[in-house]
Design a protein around this ligand. Structure first.
Ligand code: RNT
Ligand code: ZN
Length: 415
């Protein structure tokens, strides 16, 4: 018996059908963030900011549209399953001599991305970019007391939704459009409510019209660098907003909660009320540091909650990390494969049996079963999946990335 056949038998022994698990895994798209490829720099020369930071200076980052596309494609070739690319509005593609401001962008600045996505057979998701721009005043955008500033960002977000809608139309798909803003204060505020009322007003205007190809969502945060004392778009603010606003969803980013909070636990809570949960999977190390996602306990817990609640179609999985200290293509590949492994791990659990043990109050059995699963031959199933998807195995794909580094990345100057 081959090792995969033996693994299948072992999982059958606990009541799990490996083929069913693999069939589900290969249909689940992961939205891979374009911004790992260039440390969130973007093409409109805004750069990063807004309380987030990419640390490190590993050479060879993508400097333009062509390079980012090439790098992303290389990463995709090493990742099994369905993929999407998550774009930020700062990745607009404009003609020589043209430089649209963020409140002037149009679909034409993103149609080259739609062509690319079609060419490599993936979907697109979208985000307005409300950071890294001179119109961010005192770390405020949609909640700014300065009306010109607030209007600028409202216009940017409105246009971003329209662009997302046109991308959806072009690709015959639904595009997730996520609003995250950096707004907050470094110091203890004198007024915590007025900025939130202004944010609410801005959002109401932005979401004023329904767009057929867009899934709208808002992303909260706990704090950012330089904005440690107050975040306008807090968890409670956005959760309440999304509950009251038809068609707007609450995005969970597991880096945006207090370190002892479980982001996984939030998934079944929201599933009681929402038919969709957009999710950013990241790895916060002590703070919202956005390290590369690993096949670790936190990622597994997130995926268990998705799978055991039958929510593979409801939870829209995206990645959100930006590590500039390692090969950026390896970061993409490792982070995405880690999430896929965690999904597979969760798909290979006998959830009905575990739930039954819980309901019967048989916590001994529940605990022992959960522990026994950990030593089953998971790696053999993952290896069989990679083979069936014609992508390199663990232990092999890094060589391909390093060859690309030698031939392509190392030739890039000034990065
Ligand atoms: C920031 C949010 C947000 C960004 C990206 C670049 O804390 O997580 O999602 O990381 O939009
Ligand atoms: Zn995020």
């Amino acid at each position: 018996m081959g090792s995969f056949e033996k693994a299948k038998n072992d999982y059958k022994g606990i009541g799990v059908d490996v083929d069913v698990a693999l069939a589900k895994l290969k249909e689940k798209p992961i939205s891979i963030h374009c911004w790992q490829g260039d440390d969130v720099a973007g093409f409109d020369s805004g750069g990063i900011g807004g309380g987030i930071q990419a640390t490190g200076n590993y050479p060879g980052k993508a400097r333009n549209f062509e390079e980012l596309k090439e790098d992303f494609k290389k990463a995709c070739s090493l990742i099994p399953g369905k993929k999407r690319i998550n774009l930020h509005a700062s990745y607009s593609v404009f003609a020589e001599g043209e430089r649209p401001n963020r409140n002037e962008i149009e679909y034409k600045h993103f149609s080259p991305w739609a062509d690319y996505a079609r060419e490599i057979g993936i979907g697109i998701d979208f985000n307005p970019t409300c950071f890294g721009h001179p119109m961010v005043k005192d770390n405020l955008t949609l909640s700014s007391p300065d009306e010109a500033t607030r209007r600028f960002w409202v216009e940017h977000c409105k246009r971003s939704r329209q662009i997302a809608n046109s991308i959806g139309e072009a690709l015959n798909d639904k595009v997730l459009c996520n609003i995250w803003i950096p707004d907050g204060l470094k110091e203890i505020p004198a007024d915590r409510m007025a900025p939130r009322m202004r944010l609410k007003e801005s959002l109401d205007e932005i979401f004023d019209i329904k767009l057929a190809n867009v899934i709208d969502c808002v992303e909260s945060k706990v704090f950012g660098i330089g904005v440690e004392s107050y975040t306008v778009g807090s968890n409670e603010f956005y959760l309440a907003y999304a509950s009251g606003k038809q068609g707007v969803y609450n995005l969970l980013d597991n880096g945006h909660y207090h370190p002892t909070e479980s982001a996984a636990d939030k998934i079944p809570s929201l599933l009681c009320f929402f038919d969709k949960i957009p999710l950013h999977i990241t790895r916060p190390v002590r703070w919202d540091s956005d390290h590369v996602v690993l096949f670790d306990d936190e990622t597994r817990e997130l995926c268990k909650e998705i799978v055991r609640n039958g929510a593979l179609d409801k939870v829209l999985i995206g990645l959100d990390f930006f590590d500039a200290s390692i090969n950026r293509i390896a970061a993409w590949v490792l982070g995405t494969r880690s999430v896929q492994k965690a999904l597979l791990y969760a798909l290979l659990m006998p959830h009905d049996k575990l739930k039954a043990a819980q309901d019967k109050g048989d916590f001994t059995k529940m605990m022992v079963m959960m522990e026994d699963i950990k030593t089953l031959p998971f790696g053999d199933v993952w290896a069989a999946y990679c083979e069936s998807q014609s992508v390199s195995q663990d232990g092999e794909w890094l060589d391909t990335v390093l060859e690309y580094e030698r031939n392509v990345l190392s030739k890039r100057r000034n990065t």
